[in-house]
Design a protein around this ligand. Structure first.
Ligand code: GLV
Ligand code: GLV
Length: 329
């Protein structure tokens, strides 16, 4: 039996995946709560065949050139922390975990939407602080979700799952995407809209695009000013899709009614940041996929991708399939 491949795992992940990796590889695992410093990653990959990483690790050409990685396996669906072009150019397949966190993330998106609409954090605070004294005819009035208009930007897996939930609440669901999704449109009763139309009409705007150069700060000052003053922005995708400074102003000056964010720019965000302090903004710590079930499945998939790459097989879930044109010549 040949020597086991060497891999570096940048954080302890659920045993469902880590156990599999440990069995097949010589695995070194970063055990701390915070991400490994860049220098540590550079040193660790220098003799590794594979890297299993998280969205908080920047994996760029320098990391790739620090060793001879044959596979990079990301424990997440989004891969904006990895330079995919650099990986492809070097013939390194990059794995990710689509599908298994879709429903968990859509659940969280809807949780945020409803919590913001019904001002749940303010209500909790009122009870906990002892300020609640009686049933109030006009206290904590929020927005009705049922029957409202939902705007979904990016009708991928997660956006579609959110749209389905919206339809369950008999919402009118507008979507914007780079292309018409005719089948889904018909199946779910969705309405295609330009970005401008969607922003102008939706009571709830929910962002579900990947982070790409084209979606960086897609929700900028102009977009926020187009939204209705009673509208709520929900972001469980990537913080950089929204212009943070513009959002702070929008919330302070009442261009929109509120925001609910699972992701922020910067991330993590400090406790004294205006977005955290503002009463009309809810921030939770990037927990979209944080269910026991989703995280176990993500760990299994990340392990499968890693091992496939080490064996020279196609990754079952590859984020840069173009790499096989490079590899196969
Ligand atoms: C989480 O944000 C992910 O991309 O999986
Ligand atoms: C996630 O699975 C997405 O692509 O929406």
């Amino acid at each position: 039996m040949g020597q086991q491949p060497k891999v570096y795992v940048t954080r302890s992940i659920p045993e469902a995946g880590l156990g599999v990796v440990r069995e097949a590889c010589q695995a070194r695992v970063w055990q701390e709560k915070l991400p490994p410093p860049r220098q540590v990653i550079l040193e660790e990959v220098s003799d590794c065949d594979g890297l299993l990483c998280l969205l908080s690790d920047e994996v760029d050409a320098t990391v790739m050139d620090a060793g001879e990685l044959r596979v990079i396996s990301q424990y997440a669906v989004g891969v904006d922390n990895i330079d995919l072009e650099a990986a492809t150019a070097r013939g390194i397949p990059v794995g990710h975990t689509p599908g298994v966190l879709t429903e968990a993330t859509a659940d969280l998106t809807f949780t945020l939407l409803m919590a913001a609409a019904r001002r749940i954090p303010e209500g909790i605070e009122k009870v906990q602080s002892g300020a609640w004294q009686t049933w109030e005819p006009m206290g904590l009035l929020g927005a009705q979700v049922w029957g409202a208009t939902l705007g979904v930007i990016g009708l991928g897996r997660i956006g579609t799952a959110v749209a389905r939930r919206g339809r369950g609440f008999q919402m009118r669901v507008l979507y914007h995407d780079t292309e018409h999704k005719w089948k889904l449109e018909e199946e779910l009763g969705l309405i295609y809209a330009s970005l401008e139309e969607l922003l102008g009409e939706a009571d709830f705007v929910s962002v579900h695009t990947p982070l790409l150069p084209e979606t960086q700060q897609l929700i900028d000052e102009g977009a926020l000013r187009r939204m209705k003053p009673q509208a709520i922005l929900v972001n469980a995708a990537r913080g950089e899709i929204v212009d943070t400074q513009a959002l702070v102003r929008a919330l302070e000056e009442g261009w929109i009614a509120g925001a609910a964010l699972d992701v922020t720019d910067p991330e993590p965000i400090s406790a004294d940041h205006p977005l955290v302090r503002l009463e009309n903004c809810i921030v939770v710590p990037h927990i979209g996929s944080a269910t026991v079930r989703a995280r176990e499945r993500m760990a299994e998939m990340a392990a499968q991708n890693l091992l496939a790459g080490l064996r020279g097989e196609r990754l079952p879930y590859c984020a840069n399939p173009q790499v096989y044109q490079v590899i196969d010549g």
